[in-house]
Ligand binder design. Structure first.
Ligand SMILES: [Zn+2]
Ligand SMILES: [Zn+2]
Length: 139
């Protein structure tokens, strides 16, 4: 007859609970890690040129940096709406090109005008574009 083994008995009642607790601990550790300066510095580092956006670094001409570190003025109207956009770090890494999260506070017609002006680079064509927009919005 085998002896009763309290060690095996303890393992039999608790593996699920043990796993659950281990997972909760891991999640908390991951959460803490993601909030740590070390992680933020690592994740917010340009994979193209290696500067750290988290420390405010940007390389001129680097498309992944995009000319700004962690935040930038609204790119649609060049900051006229006073909105600050946040870098989408994952997207920036994936596409090796700066991606930004945010919304322009200007009316949509003005946003479109600013975008056209950015494309054409002249204020003459913006007047033309505004005319086009107002006429085409009626159909
Ligand atoms: Zn860069
Ligand atoms: Zn804007």
């Amino acid at each position: 007859m085998e002896e009763f083994n309290p060690h095996i008995y303890a393992q039999q009642i608790s593996p699920d609970e043990y796993k659950r607790q281990a997972q909760v601990e891991t999640e908390q550790q991951v959460k803490q890690l993601r909030q740590s300066d070390e992680y933020q510095r690592w994740i917010n580092t340009c994979r193209t040129c290696g500067v750290c956006w988290y420390e405010g670094g940007v390389s001129p001409g680097c498309s992944e940096c995009g000319g700004h570190p962690m935040t930038r003025p609204c790119p649609i109207c060049s900051g006229m709406c006073n909105k600050i956009w946040n870098r989408d770090t994952d997207m920036s890494h994936s596409y090796s090109q700066a991606h930004w999260d945010g919304e322009c506070a200007l009316p949509i017609e003005q946003q479109q005008a600013h975008m056209l002006m950015a494309l054409t680079g002249t204020s003459d064509s913006i007047t033309e574009a505004m005319k086009d927009l107002s006429s085409s919005s009626n159909d």
